[in-house]
Design a protein around this ligand. Structure first.
Ligand SMILES: Cc1cc2nc3c(=O)[nH]c(=O)nc-3n(C[C@H](O)[C@H](O)[C@H](O)COP(=O)(O)OP(=O)(O)OC[C@H]3O[C@@H](n4cnc5c(N)ncnc54)[C@H](O)[C@@H]3O)c2cc1C
Length: 449
């Protein structure tokens, strides 16, 4: 880019919106759990979110399904993520927004939910714990001095604001704060390949009787349609009923950038292209459902979500990177903060590749180590959720909601302990953190081999 393509922004003084002990960026599963956990310890906590609601990709990208809450433990499929997640799920359930658990590929379970109930339940959870919520605030920069963050800069309708804090938790999914603060990160595998994004959507008007277990027959119907010339962006689609069986969620699109590689969710031009392409694919897929799948003749798209679903962008390179083989071998770590029971789920060009730990021979979950929340170079920053320290492969498993709840809850508790002893987050006493997490109802997975 030539110098002529830059302009200088005049320096300006920015009003301080508030002073907090804990500043959480991002309101997805990691951010919700981080804020709830720090506030439960009495810490003055704020959560900053660019949209007007919580849930992250779970609501903003229309995911509508919790994975990673269960593991297949030697043949017994059981809940392995508790703590804050229990409170949140109970609230969603009380609003009538939770499905019964359903089997996934015959190996584990997942839980579908209603996005409206999720948003309200998350509001209630955080307000109930006295978290300050700042919605419609896009984080745009960070101020750091001598290896410590001092403020987060946000753009709001009231103008540019600074939020001062003592400990910061980056749950932005994209590692925005960590990247601005100079923490090392990776983007993609060795060749720069990212997991492919998906534009989720929900259809209404399904005849549940006629549709039956359509998720079992749709792959064959797609093959038939392909013989007649229909082109699909990917195989391995998920088309399943929500709680009201006339409404189904559809996870079937796959959005590449113009060069055919997975779209990069940190590139504004690619994101703009991807939103349009995602909606185009959604319309094309519903045409197939209507024409070829029994029970879907009257189906229509009731919702495309506020944004394209981005599975992977920046991952920090922290004190430990969770690897694919850690997931497949059900690794144990002495600094466990909870567990991941989801397999590797790789969204590659045209398909979804799964790799599971041996089931039922193994315990079906790996520990998540505290070190994966710790970036290099910053003494008061934790990073939780899909941008935590994982390899491209490791992230393809532990990025789902269950693992994000675990990481967020641990980050909030660790922030409290760091503040209590006025120490760097990397110096937190791991045994004290584990005691605090277990006392709060979290499961650390130390009782099964
Ligand atoms: C298409 C798709 C399907 C998926 N299917 C499933 C599934 O079935 N089950 C499952 O459990 N998981 C699924 N996942 C994965 C899961 O949804 C995500 O990995 C998970 O939500 C990540 O949680 P997080 O808290 O790390 O980040 P996110 O959920 O991405 O939340 C980050 C939040 O930070 C906010 N934010 C980001 N940057 C800024 C900024 N600069 N300023 C202010 N706010 C900001 C965002 O608006 C967002 O609310 C799917 C993901 C996708 C994309």
């Amino acid at each position: 880019m030539s110098a002529a393509q830059f302009i200088d922004e005049p320096a300006r003084s920015i009003p301080v919106h508030g002073d907090y002990e804990v500043v959480v960026l991002g309101g997805g599963p990691a951010g919700i759990a981080a804020a709830a956990s720090a506030a439960a310890q009495g810490r003055k906590t704020i959560l900053i979110e660019r949209y007007g609601f919580l849930g992250g990709a779970g609501t903003a990208a229309g995911v509508t399904n919790f994975c990673g809450l269960f593991a297949n433990v030697h043949g017994d499929v059981r809940r392995v993520v508790h703590g804050v997640a229990d409170d949140l799920l109970a609230r969603i359930d009380r609003l009538g927004g939770l499905n019964a658990p359903h089997m996934v590929l015959g190996k584990t379970r997942a839980l579908a939910y209603d996005t409206t109930a999720y948003k309200s339940a998350a509001d209630d959870l955080l307000i109930g714990r006295s978290v300050d919520l700042l919605f419609h605030a896009l984080a745009a920069g960070a101020v750091a001095e001598a290896g410590a963050l001092t403020a987060l800069i946000v753009e709001t309708k009231s103008g540019r604001r600074a939020i001062r804090g003592r400990v910061f938790i980056d749950c932005s999914g994209d590692g925005d704060l960590a990247a601005w603060a100079g923490a090392p990160f990776e983007l993609g595998d060795e060749a720069g390949n990212l997991l492919y994004p998906t534009m989720m959507f929900r259809v209404n008007g399904v005849d549940p009787e006629l549709a039956g277990e359509a998720w079992n027959t749709i792959p064959a119907l797609m093959r038939e349609a392909e013989k007649r010339g229909t082109r699909f962006a990917r195989q391995g689609v998920v088309v399943r009923p929500q709680r009201n069986p006339v409404e189904w969620r559809v996870n079937a699109t796959q959005v590449a950038s113009r060069n055919g590689r997975a779209l990069d969710g940190t590139d504004a031009d690619e994101l703009s292209y991807g939103e349009i392409e995602g909606r185009r694919q959604a319309q094309a897929f519903v045409d197939f459902l209507r024409a070829d799948v029994p029970g879907f003749a009257q189906a229509y798209i009731v919702d495309t979500p506020p944004q394209l679903g981005i599975r992977e962008t920046r991952r920090i390179v922290g004190l430990y990177q969770l690897r694919g083989e850690d997931v497949l071998r059900c690794a144990s770590f002495p600094d466990t903060i909870g567990v991941n029971g989801w397999p590797l789920e790789k969204h590659v060009a045209g398909n979804v590749e799964w790799a599971w730990p041996p089931i039922p021979q193994s315990r079906g979950f790996n520990h998540l180590p505290y070190r994966m929340l710790l970036p290099q170079r910053l003494r008061n920053l934790l990073v939780a959720g899909r941008c935590a320290s994982m390899t491209h492969e490791g992230q393809s498993g532990a990025r789902v909601s269950g693992g994000c709840f675990v990481m967020g809850e641990a980050a909030g508790a660790a922030a409290h302990l760091a503040l209590a002893r006025d120490m760097a987050v990397a110096e937190v006493d791991v045994a004290a953190l584990q005691r605090l997490l277990e006392a709060s109802g979290a499961y650390l997975g130390r009782d099964v081999n």
